[in-house]
Design a protein around this ligand. Structure first.
Ligand SMILES: Nc1ncnc2c1ncn2[C@@H]1O[C@H](COP(=O)(O)OP(=O)(O)OP(=O)(O)O)[C@@H](O)[C@H]1O
Length: 254
């Protein structure tokens, strides 16, 4: 069984008065194996955010299913959803989503506090993660006292501390300069090598070139998939750029 099985996913948005309908996802099927690192790319409007919101159980599809470890998350009741998200998924967002009035440590602890985890257990988990992410010395600082790259590393620590089955990242390097981006991507690679499954939506060819597989969406469908195999990050970068050029015929961002 795959970790994530997405079958015939469809999402139609209707306007409030039922007039215009937009088919954001028309028939999307793919699987993600345990330990994979998948990047999802596609032009603006291709359906990436819609897909990520459904994988994050933040929105429900019009049709199809999303099974995480065999459980269809589209069928989970509203009452159970926030606990399900907290216990099974980790999130990394473009704008970090840290609470400014909490220290980095308290931000990282937050999902465990909400789950009722004892303090001793939280502390035991924090040490190795903070060291791996290079933020052990910054834990008592507040988000406004650290750099964007450091904030994002704290956000990654918060995503990992619950030991989620799946980390979902939405444009995680979008607000970072190129050096901090490279450093974050290097960390994502290491976290993935340690066994963490990651699904990342990105416009950045540089970011996607670190993944093991890139899935391209077009008009709400899977247009193409690129597997790293033995390719270097540089070769992967070139192949992704070529695919995006074929997809759009236009200029691409780094
Ligand atoms: N809440 C909504 N109501 C109506 N239409 C929507 C809604 N959200 C998205 N859409 C439409 O669905 C389509 C897919 O949008 P989506 O945001 O998933 O694309 P995207 O690939 O994430 O784009 P971008 O890269 O610009 O973020 C677009 O045509 C968009 O206008």
């Amino acid at each position: 069984m795959s970790l994530l099985e997405i079958s015939h996913l469809q999402k139609i948005y209707s306007t409030r008065f039922g007039g215009v309908k937009v088919e954001a996802l028309s028939d999307v099927s793919f699987t993600v194996e345990q330990g994979e690192y998948l990047a999802i790319m596609g032009e603006s409007g291709a359906g990436k955010t819609t897909l990520l919101n459904i994988l994050a159980a933040l929105d429900r599809p019009t049709g199809g299913s999303v099974c995480l470890s065999g459980r269809d998350i589209t069928k989970i009741s509203d009452r159970e959803l926030s606990a399900f998200r907290r216990d099974h998924l980790g999130f990394v967002f473009q704008d970090f989503n840290l609470l400014d009035t909490f220290s980095l440590k308290d931000n990282i602890f937050l999902p465990l506090v909400l789950a009722g985890t004892p303090y001793r257990e939280m502390s035991l988990r924090l040490g190795p993660i903070a060291r791996q992410l290079g933020i052990a010395e910054l834990l008592d600082k507040y988000p406004y006292e650290v750099s964007g790259g450091q904030k994002q590393r704290a956000a990654v620590a918060r995503a990992l501390i619950t030991r989620p089955e799946l980390v979902l990242a939405d444009e995680p390097t979008g607000a970072l300069d190129s050096r901090s981006s490279e450093s974050l991507l290097h960390l994502f690679g290491k976290i993935n090598e340690a066994g963490q499954t990651i699904v990342m939506v990105t416009h950045s060819v540089r970011a996607a070139s670190h993944a093991g597989r890139v899935l391209f969406l077009r008009d709400g469908q899977v247009y193409h998939q690129l597997y790293r195999g033995g390719m270097s990050t540089e070769s992967m970068f070139a192949r992704i750029s070529d695919t995006l050029t074929a997809l759009s015929g236009g200029e691409q961002d780094e």
